[in-house]
Ligand binder design. Structure first.
Ligand SMILES: [Zn+2]
Length: 207
């Protein structure tokens, strides 16, 4: 069931001054994978085309036993409880991550199903939350594990000059993306090595 408190909170985060600066192109991924803020997602939530829900089903794309905190799937942003994102910080960044998947559904999805390589899709979502975290005054809280996708995405955001006040889009060269892609493919992360490297996410669009 759609949760209005969550929807209101997600819209507030996606329209704040930091979300508006999350604009980038990741060169060489899906030709060029592009995010230009979250207005499309905000409009879709406001119109009820994307809903915010409580309850996160297991993600078949993650290794058994690993835990996805929140998830975008089938025009739903799904969260573990209705207060998710109330305290600015890591949960806010995770909302930006999932909203990035939603933005791709808005931008690239269609009836026939648009396939984006899972590792490319995740690289963009991790980069988006890393940029947001660097531009915002909010903290991650707790430690970040060296070599994990979040740590690699933060390194890339720093390398690209993400900082408070920056507004111009980030044009990320393909050769900068290697470490982030490798971290996502690791067996203890999204497990996309070898024959699994071709796994895609399918975006069906909003209509
Ligand atoms: Zn993701």
């Amino acid at each position: 069931m759609a949760n209005q408190d969550l929807a209101t909170r997600v819209i507030r985060i996606l329209t704040d001054e930091y979300s508006r600066t999350v604009r980038f192109t990741l060169s060489g991924l899906f030709t060029n994978l592009r995010i230009d803020g979250y207005q499309l997602v905000v409009n879709a939530i406001a119109q009820g085309k994307i809903t915010c829900e409580v309850g996160v089903p297991p993600n078949p794309n993650l290794p058994a036993g690993s835990y996805a905190e929140c998830r975008y799937e089938k025009r739903q942003l799904r969260f573990p409880h209705e207060r998710y994102g109330s305290i600015p910080g890591r949960e806010t960044f995770n909302i930006v991550h999932e909203a990035t998947h939603a933005a791709f559904d808005c931008r690239y999805g269609n009836h026939g199903g648009t396939q984006i390589l899972a590792m490319d899709d995740e690289a963009a979502a991790f980069f988006a939350q890393a940029v947001y975290s660097r531009v915002s005054p909010y903290m991650w809280g707790g430690s970040l594990v060296e070599g994990d996708p979040i740590a690699e995405a933060l390194k890339l955001a720093d390398k690209m000059g993400a900082r408070p006040g920056r507004v111009e889009p980030y044009l990320v060269p393909e050769q900068y993306l290697d470490q982030l892609l490798i971290s996502i493919q690791r067996p203890d992360q999204y497990d996309l090595q070898g024959g699994k490297a071709g796994i895609t996410h399918t975006y069906l669009g909003l209509t």
